[in-house]
Design a protein around this ligand. Structure first.
Ligand code: ADP
Ligand code: ASP
Ligand code: MG
Length: 308
């Protein structure tokens, strides 16, 4: 089975969600891990920050703005009245929950609860979109199997046991949708795998189910030889080793969460980076094989170069 993770841009608009639907709807069973719609987690971080600063007015304005975006998304995404009503009720409950946090004391748990809402919203809406399109998908709550231990490391044994049981119980579904990024901590409180952590969720899931491949679908055609946000004319690298990918990610290549390769490397599960908006592009395949002379990193301020 494959694990496919789609990032913020990939689920950030109805048009892109339609691309995702077309990519995953190929009659093979798969686990699909989703990030929050682009901009959502940043907005939630800002809401948490305004609550911490006790600026209730700003927090409420930001919550309302975000709520409006989700109402608009529902209107654009869905046309089935039962699914629209169910989604509106879900979104209403999420934003009501955020408003209830505004005048309470801000703690670390407040932050975790607030930022978790992005993946809960995107997966709920996307799963309803798939139902509307007649696709046999099951929404599996990540909090039912994704847990970190005392050292903030994934609790692999717990995840493996629970995820495989849940997949077995939902055997009739073709596509399993779950949330990236969010998890429980050892106390059973909501937590997360740090910013950009949905990539890590995908590889943890991939290891737990011994997937054939983990695919990270994003808004660019794979690992580039330099950071395209700072450098012009960068090009995609077709093949790269686990160690090279880990090093690039560690030194700031935002395309991949730095810990992503850890769970899959020893199991030799390939990681493929793909572009949701250009699915025919090869992307980057990350395996044990080292191609060419390996990479050399040369850091210049915040950017680095990748030289073969
Ligand atoms: P997603 O929301 O899909 O997880 P991210 O924004 O986290 O996407 O990662 C993709 C972005 O990473 C690209 O749009 C690109 O701007 C940035 N990026 C930084 N360094 C690199 C690199 N070396 N190769 C490719 N993309 C990179
Ligand atoms: N939504 C989270 C973030 O923006 C996790 C992710 O997108 O990978 O950091
Ligand atoms: Mg990312």
């Amino acid at each position: 089975m494959l694990v496919l993770k789609f990032g913020g841009t990939s689920v950030g608009s109805v048009e892109n969600m339609t691309h995702v639907k077309n990519i995953i709807n190929d009659c093979t069973k798969k686990v699909v891990v989703l990030s929050a719609m682009s901009g959502t987690t940043n907005a939630l971080v800002e809401i948490s920050e305004q609550i911490r600063l006790k600026d209730s007015e700003s927090a409420l304005v930001l919550i309302q703005q975000l709520a409006n975006r989700y109402q608009n998304t529902i209107e654009e995404l869905l046309n089935d009245s039962a699914l629209i009503n169910e989604s509106q009720e879900y979104v209403h409950q999420v934003f009501k929950g955020l408003i209830e946090l505004v005048d309470l004391e801000h703690t670390e748990l407040t932050y975790s609860k607030v930022v978790a809402q992005g993946e809960l919203l995107s997966t709920f809406l996307f799963s309803r979109f798939l139902m509307q399109e007649g696709i046999n998908a099951a929404l599996l709550p990540a909090l039912d199997f994704m847990r970190i231990d005392n050292n903030d490391e994934p609790d692999s044994f717990y995840i493996k046991q629970n995820l495989n049981r849940i997949l077995y119980e939902n055997n009739e579904a073709d596509i399993y949708i779950t949330q990236g990024f969010i998890c429980l901590d050892v106390q059973g409180n909501i937590s997360n795998l740090q910013r950009g952590g949905s990539d890590y969720t995908a590889s943890i899931v991939g290891a737990a189910i011994e997937a054939d491949e983990v695919q990270i679908w994003t808004d660019i055609d794979g690992f580039h030889n330099n950071d395209p946000r700072f450098v012009e004319n960068t090009t995609a690298i077709s093949n790269i080793s686990f160690d090279e990918a880990a090093e690039l990610a560690y030194f700031g290549a935002k395309i991949l969460h730095p810990q992503t390769v850890i769970p899959v490397k020893d199991l030799n599960i390939p990681v493929r980076l793909k572009n949701t908006m250009s699915p025919d592009s090869y992307g980057t395949l990350i395996t044990h094989h080292v191609h060419g002379e390996g990479i050399k990193l040369s850091r210049q301020k915040t950017v680095f170069m990748l030289l073969r």
